[in-house]
Design a protein around this ligand. Sequence first.
Ligand code: AQP
Length: 326
Amino acid sequence: MKERVFSGIQPTGGMHLGNYLGAIKQWVDWQDRYEGIFCVVNAHALTTPQNPSALQEQSLQMATLLLACGIDPKRSKLFMQSQVNEHGALCWLLSCGVSMGDLARMTQFKDKSTKEKSPLAGLFTYPVLMAADILLYQTDCVPVGADQKQHLELTRHIALKFNRDFGECFKVPKPLIGDVGARVMGLDDPSVKMSKSHPGALHALFLLDEPDLIAKKIKKATTDSIGTLCFDPTRPGVYNLLNIYALLSQQESAQVEAQFEGKGYGDFKKALTEVVAETFKPIREAYTRLQAQRGYVASILQEGLEAVQPIAAQTYQHAKTLMGLL
Ligand code: AQP
């Protein structure tokens, strides 16, 4: 029997190259080896203020994009988090077993809360909802990038503690480490990771960007005045662009350096634009086709919901009973 993988993406904006390289491409590739349960985590998006109609639209766009990227409903389940009530319900049970101190140590909370004037309590308890997402499905493996490692460790701690205190209930998930280096930084500011919700117009490359816009963003991407093309982490702008090129063209860094030896930033940016546009083109086309098939995405989400809901209900009932709730 295949091991089960669970992962989710927040519909806090469009899907960008960082999401694709750091997560979605690997979800797609792993579908042969694992039983995939993938989720648009729209309830997580509420941890920062959202416009309700934009959130609805972005949630459906995200589900459509996941299918366009290659999530295959015949092999994996795809669903919308808010349609399974047990996520919120289990989050409450788990939040009554985790300490404020453990949550306060989460570096993502520290980072994100400093950007908000008045951070929401949901931002603080976000890792508990993430633990509920994972534990509800008796997940074997969770893909983790560097920024989610700490949250998965907390999930494991929560599961182990619950099983010890109340009785065996949750499978303790293992991390699944993806491509090394698949961390994409902002084009306009390579000191921060590329993010959906970053306000900069030239910050992220979105999968639905047209070729002209891709070219414009890459042309304006931050580099430096040195002029040579080598993988030097002390030159974050050039390093980030080279890293993107290597990942998309599936080459080692030495090969990329050899390819661009003696060339300038202009030539390199042209080649980068081409490889990005080539990667996005089939996804954009698949997205347009899926959108034209009225009702198709909704029917896939419904099928996914019907497949995962009983698993979530069973785990939640078990946890509730073990805790002594009638
Ligand atoms: N820049 C990135 N490079 C590599 N991987 C990334 N991921 C996100 N940004 C990068 C990975 O994408 C998956 C889904 O992310 P998410 O939507 O659940 O959360 P996030 O990390 O908060 O994504 P964003 O784009 O930065 O959204 P906002 O702006 O809303 O915070 C995760 O596996 C993540 O590691």
